[in-house]
Write a protein that binds this ligand. Sequence first.
Ligand SMILES: [Zn+2]
Ligand SMILES: [Zn+2]
Length: 133
Amino acid sequence: MYQILMISSLYIVFKLCDWIIDEVREWKVKRNILSNPILRYEYYKGSYTIRKMKKLKRMPYNQYLKTYHWELARSAVLKRDENQCADCGKSKDESLEVHHVTYIRRGKENLEDLMTLCKDCHQERHFISTAFE
Ligand SMILES: [Zn+2]
Ligand SMILES: [Zn+2]
């Protein structure tokens, strides 16, 4: 009787350790994802509902730029482009802006849809694109 009790309590202790190890492993994976802006953006984007994506697509653009989604997308793009303007290479943080190459996937942009530009190059891009419209 005593032995059975010993064995079953040992079993419970082992199971508990297993569970803790699993939890810690999962927590570490999640921490890694959340500390990297690119992974963090993909992680959050993967959890969006269709409703949320529709809402993001339809809201006024100035409001869109204030969403948490845009904040995440923006920091992912800045990270990918190493905080440098894609056109001239300038790396002054305050003047960097994130430009939409295409608005097709607004609300669930792929990182290729976005690029980092300094204020001047950004204005130039928009000037060129409106000039040809
Ligand atoms: Zn530039
Ligand atoms: Zn732009």
